[in-house]
Unconditional design. Structure first.
Length: 67
């Protein structure tokens, strides 16, 4: 498959992105673990989302401790 997506800032072709940890806050308190997808060339943030691996781990831990 041919990659055609470009960074909106530097316009370089993206064949990969950097993943960085971020906290996602509710109000002033950290609520979830998140990830930001970052251009490897200019470090522009392309997207931010809840970290699905951390979310799964948190859910399993809550179920195992009963609560």
């Amino acid at each position: 498959m041919l990659n055609t997506g470009k960074c909106p800032k530097c316009e370089k072709l993206l064949t990969n992105v950097k993943v960085e940890h971020v906290d996602i806050n509710e109000g002033f308190s950290p609520k979830w673990h998140g990830v930001s997808l970052v251009c490897p060339f200019c470090s522009t943030i392309l997207s931010v989302a809840i970290d699905p691996v951390a979310l799964k781990t948190d859910m399993v831990n809550e179920v195992l401790k009963g609560g």
